[in-house]
Design a protein around this ligand. Structure first.
Ligand code: OAD
Ligand code: ZN
Length: 253
């Protein structure tokens, strides 16, 4: 395991030589955009109970409460812009061209796309989408609900096709990942030669299996995180620091 500033140049060389680089990203990459992470002292799950607000059983029992939580998060995220870490990844995708660079993200905030990345797999869905579990409708759902009483009373939203209650377009606890996205992510991770694991605690399965897919393909693993994770010691390189500080330093402009 290697660490520290000396390794930026080495990572830049590896990026230039890599046939396929993958960024596996989590909440930490969006922290400097103003979006809280989930775990840790100032994490979202310290103040909000995911079992009551972000699980499939909670949704089935009280869809309005779950929608209130997600519309609150939508309002917060709508104000946030990509930070230099998102922009650096988008720049690397431009340089690698074709499908030489991918983002596999656990984030639902859409900031990679806002920063210009195109090769993105959203493993946990997107907070600005909604899904109908009856007829399969999947569409945009950017609502400003909860701002006034009348809008709040309209929760939960109904499917434009069949009138059933819509589910937030994010993966809830107790739900499987969307199969198409998961299969695509495994294929991409298993065929990369370089994986940068940015801003994730790697606590959530199955996304946390993706570094092992990369390792099976003998990919070099690089972690970017200010804290140690349970997988830090298995990384080839750990760049300790915030994503917005570290990622611009591995881009060759
Ligand atoms: P976590 O909140 O579990 O982990 C965030 C990670 O980001 C931690 O390892 C922090 O040390 C790191 N971090 C904090 N600030 C950072 C910064 N400025 N730059 C880089 N890293 C930083 O978030 P995830 O691993 O993304 O799932 O969590 C995975 C899933 O758990 C989420 O997608 C969500 C959650 O429950 C669902 O909602 C389905
Ligand atoms: Zn429907």
């Amino acid at each position: 395991m290697a660490n520290g500033a000396d390794f930026f140049a080495q990572i830049r060389d590896m990026l230039a030589g890599s046939k396929r680089v993958v960024f596996l990203t989590g909440a930490g990459i969006s922290k400097e955009s103003g979006i809280p992470t989930f775990r840790g002292n100032d994490g979202l799950w310290k103040s909000y109970d995911p079992v009551k607000l972000a699980s499939l059983s909670a949704f089935l029992e009280n869809p309005s409460l779950v929608w209130e939580f997600y519309s609150y998060r939508q309002r917060l995220i709508r104000k946030c812009r990509p930070n230099p870490a998102h922009v650096a990844i988008s720049r690397i995708e431009d340089q690698k061209k074709g499908d030489g660079c991918w983002v596999l993200t656990q984030n639902v905030d859409g900031l990679h796309r806002c920063a210009g990345s195109k090769n993105i797999v959203e493993l946990h869905g997107n907070i600005f989408k909604a899904k109908c579990i009856q007829c399969g409708f999947y569409g945009d759902m950017d609502m400003d609900m909860g701002v006034d009483a009348a809008a709040a009373a309209a929760l939960p939203p109904k499917c434009p096709n069949c009138g059933s209650v819509l589910k937030p377009g994010v993966v809830l606890f107790e739900e499987a990942l969307p199969q198409k996205e998961w299969a695509k992510a495994i294929g991409i991770a298993s065929s990369c030669d370089l994986m940068l694991i940015v801003g994730t605690s790697l606590n959530v399965s199955p996304a946390n299996a993706l570094p092992f897919c990369a390792k099976d393909n003998k990919a070099v693993l690089v972690e970017v995180n200010p804290e140690e994770t349970w997988l830090s010691r298995s990384m080839d390189f750990t760049l300790k620091g915030s994503a917005a500080d570290v990622l611009p330093r591995i881009v060759t402009y």
